[in-house]
Ligand binder design. Structure first.
Ligand code: FAD
Length: 378
């Protein structure tokens, strides 16, 4: 593509920062960088027509870790590390809330619940035994108890079937994922950040005085680059470990008198569901198809979708008529062995990355963007 003088002047000349990827992390990196360096020229480039990874495709849970997930993490990490991650998630979401405001985020403080099936009895017993300890551990993070055991059964509370117990997570809530990203894009543009779509970065070469980007639309130069391509980052960051993990979800058609309002976690968060108004949104099951779901292909599979549908039929909407309206997939990024740590790092003198958000991007995305921007600014 041959660019005109005008096109070069407005969009591509004298760039201070190019952010690769327009997900939550890419956009907040650009925003925090521009706020701290208002005269800088910042361009975000995105390969998709829309952001095409996880940020416009997620389930919209503002969540901080269910009891079984945290106890599982405690087997690999110290209490201090777990407390710090929960704090980052809780304060990280507060940052996103502060940035966009509750209305623009479509935030509803519905609270959340962890549910246990009969086959999760061992996990349930462990969680119930450890609940006071977990609450004590997290009292420095939350303004009240992190977890409360529900006295009534999930059947009595919501008409669910096959769940024996529930634990309430009162600090959690729902966001409207589409609204969040649309308003974040608007905010970036209103603060002078340039955003271009349909450009794929193929390689990045740090040449010292400048960084050269080879893209599907030609070669561009900039002073610094932030790689915010999360689950796809391995292609551009050959020396780091970023493992893709596909996640699949569906949303139902409207269900009259849907009997629940909130977000729900099952089996250490491997299944999750919520209402979106009067629809059911459900996802998960990735743990049953690990090898297949270690993929950057953004597509659903019939087997996993069938599994989710059966789960919903059996447990969430038993004895009801309901139908799926849309199904989709998105790609997350993890470390090796499903490791949860994000990776914010300078990879060469003028290139940094902010990637590997796992399933926690709504909570830690804005904070990761702020950290990535701080690293760029030195
Ligand atoms: C189905 C699903 C459900 C989820 N549910 C939740 C949830 O309820 N709560 C929660 O906290 N988290 C959830 N997550 C995780 C959360 O969405 C992510 O952690 C977060 O969106 C990551 O943001 P990001 O900006 O790092 O990555 P992304 O949003 O993936 O952004 C990366 C961007 O980089 C672009 N890109 C990639 N390669 C290139 C290239 N070479 N050139 C140019 N552009 C490129 C991609 O197109 C993409 O837009 C879910 C994820 C999925 C998939």
């Amino acid at each position: 593509m041959t660019l005109s003088y005008w096109e070069k002047k407005v969009w591509f000349n004298a760039l201070d920062l190019v952010v690769v990827g327009s997900g939550l992390v890419g956009l907040t990196t650009a925003l925090f960088f521009k706020r701290r360096s208002p005269r800088s020229k910042v361009l975000v480039i995105e390969r998709g027509l829309l952001p095409y990874g996880a940020s416009t495709r997620n389930a919209g849970f503002a969540c901080y870790g269910s009891p079984s997930e945290l106890l599982d993490d405690l087997e690999q990490q110290t209490e201090g590390e777990i407390i710090e991650r929960v704090r980052q998630r809780y304060l990280g979401f507060a940052k996103l809330l502060e940035l966009l405001g509750s209305d623009h985020l479509g935030y509803r403080a519905t609270g959340g619940h962890e549910l246990f099936r009969a086959k999760d009895a061992e996990d349930r017993d462990r969680c119930m035994e450890q609940l006071s300890h977990l609450n004590e551990m997290l009292q420095e993070v939350f303004p009240g108890p992190a977890f409360r055991r529900n006295k009534e059964s999930p059947k009595e509370l919501w008409g669910f079937k096959g769940f024996t117990d529930a634990i309430e997570l009162p600090h959690e809530g729902q966001i409207d994922t589409g609204k969040c990203m649309q308003n974040l894009l608007k905010l970036c543009q209103s603060e002078g950040i340039l955003i271009l779509n349909n450009i794929e970065v193929r390689s990045i070469s740090d040449q010292g005085a400048q960084v050269e980007l080879e893209t599907s639309q030609g070669i561009f130069h900039t002073r610094q680059v932030a790689v915010c391509t999360n689950g796809f980052a391995q292609k551009l960051l050959k020396d780091e470990v970023i493992v893709p993990a596909r996640a699949q979800v569906f949303i139902s058609e409207k269900i009259s008198g849907i009997p629940f309002d909130g977000i729900f976690h099952v089996h250490k968060g491997y299944y999750y569901f919520r209402n979106v108004g009067d629809r059911l949104l459900m996802g998960g099951g990735r743990h049953l198809f690990r090898a297949e779901e270690r993929s950057t292909e953004i597509q659903t599979t019939a087997t996993l979708q069938k599994h989710l549908e059966q789960f919903a039929d059996r447990h969430i909407l038993p004895d009801r008529q309901w139908r799926i309206q849309d199904s989709w997939a998105g790609i997350m990024g993890f470390g090796s062995h499903n490791e949860k740590g994000k990776l914010v790092k300078r990879t060469t003198p003028n290139v940094v990355c902010g990637v590997r958000l796992g399933g926690m991007g709504i909570a830690i995305g804005a904070h990761t963007g702020e950290e990535t921007a701080a690293l760029l600014l030195g």
